[in-house]
Design a binder for this molecule. Sequence first.
Ligand SMILES: Cc1cc2nc3c(=O)[nH]c(=O)nc-3n(C[C@H](O)[C@H](O)[C@H](O)COP(=O)(O)OP(=O)(O)OC[C@H]3O[C@@H](n4cnc5c(N)ncnc54)[C@H](O)[C@@H]3O)c2cc1C
Length: 368
Amino acid sequence: MFDYSDLRRRFAEVARTVVLEEVPAIEEYQWPGRSMRALAEAGLYGLAVPERFGEELGRISPSASLCFCMHVVGSAVIAAKPTDAQAERYLLPIARGEHLTTLALSEPGTGAHFYEPTARLTREGDAYRVDGSKSFVTNGGHADSYVVSTLSAEGATAAGMFSCLVVDAGTPGLAWQDTWRGLGMRGNSSISAMLDGARVPAANLLGEEGDQTWYVFHVIAPYFLMAMAATYLGAAQSALDLAMDHVKERVHVQKGQSLAEIPAIQTRIAEMWTAVQQLRLHLYHAAERGDLGDPGALPFILSAKASAAEVAVQVCNEALTCVGGIGYRENSTLWTFLRDARASHVMAPTTDLLKSWTARALLGLPVL
Ligand SMILES: Cc1cc2nc3c(=O)[nH]c(=O)nc-3n(C[C@H](O)[C@H](O)[C@H](O)COP(=O)(O)OP(=O)(O)OC[C@H]3O[C@@H](n4cnc5c(N)ncnc54)[C@H](O)[C@@H]3O)c2cc1C
């Protein structure tokens, strides 16, 4: 079995040095460019072990973790069925740490139903013309390429089928709109893109026309859900660690008693710790089933991210209660984690949809 400990150590090292230093800038809505470069230079751009790096990066900066996750999931989509030309143009530079990609799936019109794009693809000789709009593109304006989902070109497949293709940064017809000002995940640069007659080489189509649903379930779902769940696990673990350190150190002068000695605080610590351990076991078990190609892995993977969302928000919130007024002050570390954790429920696949899909998978119903 592959030993992940060295990789995990490298992620932790970058997270606890460069990413940690960049957190104040991230909180000022700056895209974490230094962190991303450091991850590339540490030889980590070409990896696909989302549960391990997600947890390490998420402990320091969920926002930087998300920027990195989107690159890894975008890379996995390109790597799933690459042509020789795509491997040469995208995968080799990604492996060398020279190319950043990201996912542009969501659209303003379809919202949480990111698997039903309406962007249009029209075949024009040896190229495609792409028209449509994409929303919340993390790393928007900073990536070297964008994995974009569209309706299949007319006549290429049955009606209603979808495709994925790579659109290079700087493609004429690709324009960025607005700036990112989120409640949390402030470094994300999750902005909107307009594709207005963008001309993309036909060679940039990923897989076959109409393959997009295959990508959603076989590549995006497992990698993305594990990376997201791990990011929020990292946030929950950090919030718990902060609360435990605080309650041990905080002593009231009148009795000389620390918060750690108060039964109500102990109950909160025990509940937070239990929730974090349960989430970690669930997540790594789901990842292992996915790695083994277990056909029954899907409900484990779907529910891991929904569970991570609930645990992260709950633990960050409870940790804030334990830390009291100091934690509530503007720009406390817990405030950042709580704001970042809140993104988990609204980012697709959203918690509501994941629960519905988990139940459908368990009941033998089509997931979509
Ligand atoms: C920080 C951040 C980063 C993001 N990064 C990316 C990215 O890199 N790439 C990308 O493609 N997208 C990205 N997104 C977009 C994201 O994944 C979602 O597509 C988007 O947030 C959906 O938002 P909406 O408000 O349009 O959803 P809406 O569809 O309006 O949903 C609003 C609420 O209704 C619920 N809901 C909707 N439909 C159903 C249903 N059928 N059943 C049950 N509940 C339902 C949802 O769960 C949600 O809680 C990002 C979003 C955020 C917030």
